[in-house]
Design a protein around this ligand. Sequence first.
Ligand code: AMP
Ligand code: MG
Length: 327
Amino acid sequence: MIGLGIESTAHTFSCAILEKKGKQGKILSDVRKIYRPPEGEGIHPREASRHHLENSAIVLSECLQEAGVTIKDLDIISYAAGPGLGPCLRVGAVVARSLASYYNIPIYPVNHALGHIELGKLLTGAKNPLVLLVSGGHTMILAFLNKQWRVFGETLDITLGQLLDQFGRSIGFASPCGKNIEDLASSTSNYILLPYSVKGNDVSFSGLLSATKSIVSKSKADACFSLQETAFAMMSEVVERALSFTRKKELLIVGGVAANKRLSEMLQDVCKRHGCKFFVAPQKYSGDCGSQICWTGLLESQVKKGVSLEDTFVTQSWRLDSVKVDY
Ligand code: AMP
Ligand code: MG
């Protein structure tokens, strides 16, 4: 089976082609163009969707060329139908619908968060992990039970990616800022006390964001270091509690923030204490990409014939824990 996956939920427009043989998946191509907002600003949905529209044709043709296939070779097309920014989601959906209807190819709407997890599992070999999904759009701890991903903790306000990006922009970095903050944080080990907010097994980051902004005048590096230490310690606490409760023997981190080395280091310590295997999605595929959507579509095609064009949709707030996973 050969699939095309289209990702356009937020900053990234990406097309990828994967081949599925039995349980094996091979990435034949994964092409991306990323919308970069002006320095100091966040994603403007209309501007991002304009970027996606302008780049969709070139990304699609490069992805087909790199994979060495034509549209007629495709067995299925999948697109990220949510959650995400409405104007951005619609671009991916329109491209997918146009190809599916003109070439008569089965079409699959895919949940973006599920895409992060399924590709993470494929690329790491994790079988039945507790999942930490940390990205621009999500901060969730998840475990799979009875055909659904169940939430064992999540953010009550902004996501971990938003915390890093909003703080980074306030000190002059261009979004996404996670890597800049990580680099600056690694130059110091001077911890300044910041508010630590875990409620039950959920986390809250907005107070931490304001407090970090208020200590920045002393040292940007100390502020970055203290922000990471506090936010990642909060995540480690809730992951540890979820591991104790679920008794999972694997932990998998996915999402753009999974690229952070300090986060992995802290969670590896947690895993050691619980005799748990540690997996992290490879950096190239931890952030948003078409491969995530393509692989999930290919998995769904094992049990579903796709949806009719009239039933295709986009949903800005499509929660992962409402998705039935039948494959
Ligand atoms: P995604 O929404 O999955 O594409 O993830 C994007 C998020 O990942 C943004 O908030 C980035 O700032 C964040 N990110 C990327 N690289 C790193 C890193 N090395 N450390 C922390 N956050 C990162
Ligand atoms: Mg994402």
